[in-house]
Design a protein around this ligand. Sequence first.
Ligand code: PHE
Length: 339
Amino acid sequence: MEEQVNQIEQQALKAISSAADLHQLEDARVKYLGKKSEFTGLLRSLGSLSPEKRPVMGALINKTKQKLQHALVNRKTVLMNADQQQKIEAAKLDVSLPGKGVKLGRLHPLTQTMHEAKQIFIRLGYEVAEGPEIELDYYNFDGLNIPPHHASRDAFSTLFIDEHLLLRTHTSPVQVRVMEKRKPPLAIVAPGRVYRRDTPDASHSPVFQQLEGFLVDEGITFGDLKGTLTEFTQQMFGRDRKVRFRPSFFPFTEPSAEVDVSCMLCNGKGCRLCKGSGWIEILGSGMIDPNVFKAVGYDPEKYSGFAFGMGIERIHMLKFGVDNIRLYYEDDLRFLEQF
Ligand code: PHE
């Protein structure tokens, strides 16, 4: 029996060390140490030995079994390392292949322009306020000196929700909301979306963005309006731009002025963009009408102020020569990626 054990040991060790992969190793394990192996058979037959021989043979078989198990584990480690090494070699990187470009996200051009315009006023000491896009007709009209049934309401092509609720047609209602709650001095800019019942074309979109601004204190004059808006226009369009204030009309400002900048395409000579005039309109402004002050409970004898409003799409279009407002709302990356 001893002889038999030694023989199995030799054969098993040979099979284990010559196993070329994990499959062959498993086969060797089953063959030499499995439930149906010769070795297990020997273990079972121990009972038939004499009481003197039994412990001696038992010890030998167990020692051999441990030896074989040890050899199995060692071989398994070797084969697994080789297997892994092979996988690493197979997956080797070709560092000469061109890389995949990482695409960076960016802010929408209107967000960028709104930010830039807002920042100019923030540096001048203005704070930011916002109001609702779904607005009461009182704030959009009445409080801004546009009485019910007055013809000037028509100019705003309003989208109504019901008799008194509408999509705000401009950001000017934020003036009334802020002044109603707070006392002068006030220097505020109010960014936001506005809506008009316009048929979309190259220069009209039913939704667009405005930046409103207003300043109220004692002793504010038209000179303050001119200084502030000249500074804004030149920070936005360049120090070499000329600025012109042209008389206009808004129900909520008196006097009112539209601000023109010398044409950035022809430098004031007259071209297609400025329709030959050399000037381009960029915003509406004026001294806040005493009726607006009365509506919010300010004394128009004590306080004065100016207000202005501009379209952000228009500013971006002029700065970058964009000729179609719809591009801002079509989410075409070929357009958006240019800014
Ligand atoms: N609310 C005006 C518009 O949308 C712009 C404006 C604002 C004019 C403030 C004067 C003062 O056309």
